[in-house]
Design a protein. Structure first.
Lengths: 225, 590
C-alpha cells in the first residue's frame, strides 16, 4: 500500500518534471523567435503574432526558419526531458566579420531532485548555491498563472532590451548552442563547439522564472562599441 | 602544432605555446594534449572543443615513425619552464602553475586511475616512477603544490564516493584520459615499458583540476552547437525602421486590406418639412431602386436611377404622413397616416389602390411580408393585413403598451420583431401571433431600430433610445442576448450590410453620426459625423452598398458605406430583384 503510494508519488513527480521540461523548452522556442525578431536577424514581415503567455509573441512564418527552429526544438525537448541541458545559448554573429556580436544565455537548473536519477544532474558551474528544497515540505506548487506572469516579465525584458543593446547592422545570422552533459546522446547535426563568448562583453542579467522543477536564468552579453 | 593553430590566441600566448606546450606534446599522448589545449585556449575562452582534441589524437599516429626525434626535440624544450622561472621571464602565472603542478603528484594523483580502473595497475606504477624522477627537476611553485594537494585529496574521495566536486568530475576525465592514452599506445604499438607514456595520467589530473577550478568549467559538460547554418535572411534588416514601427505591426498590415469607407456623402438632397419625430418611419428604399420619403402631408418618390422626384400623394389637411414602406416587389408603397388610416399606392400608376382602416391612432411603422402588411400604431397595437382580401385584418398582435415605433419581418417571414416606446422588444413567431415568442426588457428606452441579420437568420439587432444608447444582439431561436454595444448616443436605426460582416447604426443626440460596426467583434470601424441634427431614418439601397439617411436638419444624404470591391459579383442582388419582379404578378391588391 505504502509502496504503491510512493510509486504514485514518483510518477507524479516524473510527470511534473516532464511537463516542466516541456514548458521550459517551449519558452526557449518563443525566446529564439523573439530574439530573431527583436534583433532583426530576419525581416519583421516574416513574423506573425500569436497569443502566448498573455502576450502577443512574434513567431517566424518563414518555412526555412520554421523548419530550422523545429529541428532544434525537437532535440532540445528530448534533452530537456532527459535533464541533459544546463544552458542554452543563442549567439548572433555578424555575417560580414564572423564576429559574435550578441549572446543570449539561458541557464537551466533542475530544482528538486528526489531520486538519484542522473538525468536531473545539477550544473556545477554555478557558484551560487542553488535554492535547496526542503526534503520534508515540498515547495508549494506553482500555479500556471504565476508561471505565466514570470515568463511574461522575461519576455517583456527581452523586448525592452532593444533599448540598451547596440544596434545591429541587420546583416546577422545566429547559432544555437547547448551545454549538455557529457553523456548525452548527440545526433549528427550537433557538434562540439566553443562557448562563442564575446570578448570584452557587457553583460546584463535579466529576470528569471521557475517552474516546479526548473529555474531558468536569462543573461544577455553584447559587444561594446 | 595542431593545438596552437586551431585555437585563437593572443600574440604573447603564442610565444608561450611554442615553449611549454609545444615541447610537451610528443611526450604526452591524448590526455596531455588535451590539457595543453585547454591551457592555451583558456586565455581566449575557457572552453575548448573536444573535437579538436580528437583531431590531435588522430594526428598523433603520424608521429609513430620518428618518435625519437620528437623526444629529442622535446627534451630541449622541457627545460624551458624551469629556466623561465629562474630568470623571471614573463610567463603567465596560471599557465606556469599548471605546467609545474604535475610534478608534485606522486601518491595522490596516481591513485585515482587505479581505484577507478583496476586494470591499469601496471601503468600506475610506472607513472609513479617517472613522475618522481622528474620531480626534482623543477622548482615547484608553492601555490601550485597547494592546489595539487587539495585536488589530490578530493580525488581520494572520488574513488569511493564520486561526490559532485571538481575532483570527482576530473576523475572521470582522468579515467577516460588513461583510456585514451592506452588507445594511443596501442595504435602506436609502443612498448609498455616506455616510461614517457605512463606519465599522462597524473599530469592530466593536475591539469584538469586546476583548470576546472580556475575556469569554473564543468568538465563533464559538452558545448554542442546546432551545426547547420541558419537560413539566410530574405533581405537585410534595417532595425531602425523596425523599432520605429507601431508595435502591433500585424494590425497595421491588415489595415492595408481593411476597406476604405467614404466618409463624405455621395449626394445630398433637401427634405423640407421632414417631421422631427423619432417615432415615425418616413424613409424607405424600394427593390426597384426608388426612395420614398414622407414630408409632412406629402410622399415624394425619388428615382435613384434617373434622379427625378415625383410627388406621389398629398394627404388631407387634417392629417400627416407618419410612415412609408415599400412592398417587397417595389411596386407599391404603403403610407401610414396620423389618423390611423393605411393607404396603398401603386407608384407607377400614381394611384391609390386601397385604404385600410382599423387603427385609431397614428401608424408610425409598417412592414411587408409578401402580401401581408403589418402596421404598428401609437396605441401599441400591431395589425397584420392581408392586402389581397377585403377583410384585410388577419391578426392583432397585442404586446406593447405604448407606441410601436420599430417593426421588421425576418426575410423568410417566419418571425416578426417589434419594438415600442414601452422599451420592449417583442419577437413573434409568424405561426402563432397570440403572444410574442419572446419579450425582451433589456432596453431602457424606446426601441425603434430593429434589423435582422442577413447571414445569420436567428440574429436580431435592436437599438435603444436616448436613455438607453445600447445595441443588443439576440438569438431569436433561444431568446438569448448574444452581444451588446454601448454606442454612446440614441440609436435611431440599424442596418446590416448584406456583403460585409458589418452593421451600420445611425444616432441621434449627441453624436448625430453614422457608425459602422464589425460583427461579431463589435469593433467600430468608422464613425461618420453625418448630420447637424439627429439622424431620424435610414435605409439601404437594393444593392446594399448605399445608405440613405434623413435627419432633422431636413436633408437626405446618401453614403456609400458598403461599397463592394471591384469585380465582386452582384449576382445576389440581381437575382433577388428578379425574384421580386416575378412576385408582382402574383399579388393582386384590391
Amino acid at each position: 500500500m505504502s509502496a504503491d503510494k510512493a510509486k504514485d508519488k514518483a510518477k507524479t513527480y516524473k510527470l511534473s518534471l516532464k511537463g516542466s521540461a516541456k514548458s521550459v523548452a517551449e519558452f526557449f522556442e518563443y525566446s529564439i523567435n523573439t530574439i530573431l525578431y527583436q534583433r532583426g536577424v530576419y525581416p519583421a514581415e516574416d513574423f506573425t503574432p500569436v497569443k502566448k503567455y498573455g502576450l502577443t509573441m512574434l513567431v517566424s512564418q518563414d518555412d526555412q526558419v520554421k523548419a530550422y527552429i523545429k529541428k532544434i526544438m525537437i532535440q532540445l525537448r528530448e534533452w530537456m526531458i532527459g535533464g541533459k541541458i544546463s544552458r542554452l545559448v543563442v549567439v548572433i554573429t555578424s555575417k560580414d566579420t564572423g564576429e559574435n556580436v550578441e549572446r543570449w544565455q539561458f541557464d537551466v537548473q533542475v530544482l528538486s531532485k528526489p531520486s538519484k536519477k542522473s538525468s536531473s544532474k545539477k550544473t556545477s558551474d554555478k557558484e551560487n548555491a542553488q535554492p535547496s528544497e526542503d526534503a520534508v515540505a515540498p515547495p508549494a506548487e506553482k500555479t500556471e498563472a504565476e508561471l505565466q506572469v514570470q515568463i511574461q516579465s522575461v519576455f517583456r525584458q527581452i523586448t525592452a532590451s532593444v533599448t540598451f543593446l547596440p544596434e545591429l547592422d541587420g546583416n546577422c545570422t545566429f547559432n544555437v548552442l547547448v551545454y549538455a552533459d557529457a553523456d548525452s546522446e548527440v545526433p549528427m547535426e550537433w557538434g562540439d563547439s566553443d562557448a562563442r563568448e564575446i570578448q570584452n562583453a557587457e553583460k546584463v542579467q535579466l529576470r528569471s522564472f521557475s517552474t516546479n522543477s526548473h529555474k531558468v536564468d536569462t543573461l544577455v552579453s553584447y559587444r561594446m562599441g | 602544432m595542431a593545438t596552437a593553430v586551431s585555437t585563437p590566441l593572443k600574440s604573447h600566448m603564442g610565444m608561450f605555446s611554442s615553449r611549454t606546450a609545444g615541447g610537451r606534446l610528443p611526450l604526452t599522448p591524448s590526455p596531455r594534449t588535451r590539457t595543453n589545449a585547454l591551457v592555451l585556449s583558456n586565455h581566449s575562452s575557457p572552453f575548448t572543443p573536444e573535437r579538436k582534441d580528437s583531431d590531435d589524437i588522430k594526428s598523433k599516429s603520424t608521429y609513430g615513425g620518428n618518435l625519437s626525434s620528437h623526444f629529442a626535440k622535446s627534451k630541449s624544450h622541457r627545460d624551458s619552464p624551469k629556466s623561465n622561472i629562474a630568470k623571471g621571464v614573463q610567463t603567465p602565472r596560471r599557465a606556469l602553475e599548471l605546467g609545474v603542478s604535475d610534478f608534485t603528484l606522486t601518491g595522490t594523483g596516481c591513485k585515482t586511475p587505479a581505484s577507478s580502473r583496476s586494470r591499469k595497475g601496471a601503468l600506475r606504477q610506472k607513472s609513479t616512477k617517472t613522475t618522481l624522477s622528474y620531480g626534482d627537476r623543477f622548482i615547484p611553485n608553492r601555490k601550485a603544490s597547494s592546489a595539487i594537494a587539495t585536488s589530490g585529496s578530493g580525488k581520494l574521495e572520488a574513488g569511493e564516493k564520486r561526490p559532485k566536486t571538481s575532483g570527482g568530475e576530473s576523475s572521470v576525465i582522468l579515467a577516460s584520459g588513461v583510456d585514451d592514452a592506452l588507445a594511443a599506445l596501442g595504435s602506436l604499438s609502443i612498448n609498455d615499458d616506455e616510461p614517457t607514456y605512463s606519465r599522462p595520467s597524473p599530469n592530466t589530473v593536475a591539469y584538469q583540476d586546476s583548470l576546472a577550478s580556475a575556469c569554473g568549467v564543468s568538465l563533464n559538460q559538452r558545448i554542442l552547437a546546432f551545426k547547420p547554418a541558419a537560413p539566410e535572411s530574405s533581405k537585410p534588416v534595417d532595425l531602425r525602421s523596425q523599432y520605429n514601427r507601431p508595435l502591433k505591426n500585424a494590425n497595421a498590415a491588415s489595415a492595408q486590406f481593411r476597406r476604405r469607407i467614404a466618409t463624405a456623402p455621395e449626394r445630398v438632397l433637401d427634405a423640407p418639412g421632414l417631421v422631427d419625430d423619432y417615432y415615425l418611419n418616413l424613409l424607405d428604399w424600394s427593390s426597384g431602386n426608388q426612395v420614398a420619403i414622407g414630408l409632412e402631408r406629402n410622399v415624394y418618390v425619388w428615382s435613384a436611377e434617373s434622379g427625378t422626384v415625383s410627388s406621389l400623394l398629398e394627404t388631407s389637411s387634417d392629417t400627416y404622413v407618419s410612415s412609408v414602406k415599400w412592398s417587397d416587389d417595389g411596386a407599391y408603397v404603403s403610407v401610414g397616416l396620423g389618423t390611423g388610416e393605411v393607404q396603398i399606392w401603386d407608384v407607377e400608376e400614381g394611384t391609390k389602390l386601397r385604404s385600410m382602416y382599423g387603427h385609431d391612432t397614428r401608424v408610425g411603422v409598417m412592414g411587408w411580408d409578401k402580401h401581408t402588411l403589418s402596421t404598428g400604431a401609437r396605441s401599441g397595437l400591431v395589425f397584420n393585413h392581408d392586402v389581397r382580401i377585403s377583410q384585410h385584418k388577419i391578426a392583432e398582435l397585442v404586446s406593447h403598451t405604448s407606441e410601436v415605433c420599430g417593426l421588421e419581418w425576418r426575410a423568410d417571414g417566419a418571425q416578426l420583431a417589434t419594438g415600442g416606446n414601452d422599451n420592449l422588444v417583442s419577437i413573434w413567431d409568424a405561426r402563432s401571433l397570440a403572444v410574442p415568442k419572446f419579450t425582451k426588457t433589456n432596453h431602457k428606452a424606446a426601441v425603434k431600430a430593429l434589423s435582422w441579420c442577413p447571414w445569420a437568420p436567428n440574429v436580431l439587432a435592436t437599438g435603444g433610445g436616448s436613455y438607453d444608447k445600447h445595441i443588443h444582439f439576440w438569438n431569436t431561436t433561444t431568446g438569448a442576448r448574444v452581444n451588446s454595444i454601448d454606442t454612446g448616443s440614441q440609436v435611431t436605426s440599424l442596418r446590416w450590410s448584406p456583403h460585409y460582416r458589418e452593421i451600420v447604426s445611425t444616432s441621434g443626440f449627441p453624436d448625430n453620426s453614422i457608425s459602422i460596426w464589425s460583427y461579431p467583434t463589435l469593433v467600430r470601424n468608422v464613425e461618420i459625423p453625418a448630420h447637424e441634427t439627429r439622424v431620424l431614418h435610414s435605409c439601404l439601397s437594393p444593392d446594399g452598398q448605399m445608405l440613405a439617411t434623413a435627419a432633422a436638419d431636413e436633408s437626405l444624404k446618401f453614403w456609400k458605406v458598403f461599397e463592394k470591391k471591384a469585380g465582386a459579383s452582384s449576382s445576389a442582388a440581381v437575382s433577388g430583384a428578379s425574384g421580386k419582379a416575378d412576385m408582382v404578378k402574383q399579388m393582386t391588391i384590391r
